[in-house]
Ligand binder design. Structure first.
Ligand SMILES: Nc1ncnc2c1ncn2[C@@H]1O[C@H](COP(=O)(O)OP(=O)(O)OP(=O)(O)O)[C@@H](O)[C@H]1O
Ligand SMILES: [Mg+2]
Length: 254
């Protein structure tokens, strides 16, 4: 079953076709990689899926819902969470507070209940705290909960973004270059974390330039070049595809 399906997705910026009739599907429970050279349109595809940009044409269907035109927070409520290529955290807030920001998108008690501190609101806040701590433990950051985000290493800031995304209780998590800025050890741990996310039943769509990671962790790949899909298939198929080797993998694949 496909959890996500994009068809003929198109986005131009002025005269530049950043994304040109892109179609692909993400099967529920899979880990799919979106790869391609710098400027190929990968992040723009993510921004179209998550509602940060509106497409000029095309459709995005997720779990039976058409997402085009919906605001970002509604798309989060439908079950898509993301991380950003350029880290976006509340730098002066603690690790726990950053993670709670993810939990809050699922909380039902309104502003009035929050002000009056009703029992229902306190119960919900307690549940959010427990869930946030559980997500931090899951990514390996529980011991940092009181630290400010800005004091974390670059790699740990990336993990905190993943914890915040998981706190929204997504069906699909989209990760934009999660290994960016990570050392080898951190990348190895990230590979395990991505697998653990899959084991929780969450589908993963990721953009990544680290081919070692992509080839080890992804069940299928979609390759973009100049805004268009030039290939899709298993990692083995992609590694052997002459067009992909020429456009992207080059000498690295040898
Ligand atoms: N908001 C924007 N306004 C104008 N042009 C944009 C905008 N966002 C992206 N572009 C352009 O669209 C093209 C695709 O950009 P995008 O960021 O999607 O590429 P990418 O595949 O994610 O690249 P990278 O691997 O470097 O992150 C690039 O030429 C980029 O300059
Ligand atoms: Mg990008």
């Amino acid at each position: 079953m496909n959890l996500l399906r994009v068809e003929n997705l198109t986005k131009s910026f002025g005269g530049l076709m950043a994304v040109n009739e892109v179609s692909f599907a993400v099967e529920a429970g899979s880990i799919v990689g979106l790869i391609g050279p710098n400027g190929a349109g990968k992040t723009t595809v993510f921004n179209l899926i998550t509602g940060n940009y509106q497409p000029n044409a095309g459709t995005v269907d997720f779990d039976g819902v058409s997402l085009v035109g919906l605001p970002t927070h509604t798309i989060v409520e439908h079950g898509i969470a993301r991380t950003f290529q350029t880290i976006r955290l509340f730098q002066n807030m603690t690790v726990l507070e950053n993670t709670l920001a993810g939990c809050h998108c699922r909380m039902r008690a309104g502003a009035l209940a929050a002000m009056l501190r009703t029992p229902a609101q306190r119960r919900e806040e307690q549940k959010a705290l427990e869930q946030a701590m559980a997500e931090l433990a899951f990514v390996g950051l529980a011991h940092e909960w009181e630290n400010k985000a800005k004091n974390l290493s670059y790699g740990n800031q990336r993990l905190l973004e993943i914890a915040r995304a998981l706190a929204t209780q997504p069906k699909l998590i989209v990760l934009d270059e999660p290994a960016g800025g990570m050392n080898d050890q951190e990348t190895q741990e990230l590979i395990q974390l991505i697998r653990n996310i899959q084991h929780k039943g969450i589908t993963v769509l990721l953009i990544e330039h680290d081919m070692g990671l992509v080839m080890r962790v992804c069940s299928s790949l979609v390759v973009l070049e100049h805004g268009a899909v030039i290939a899709s298939g298993t990692p083995a198929e992609i590694q052997a595809n002459p067009r992909v080797i020429e456009a992207y993998l080059g000498a690295d694949s040898e």
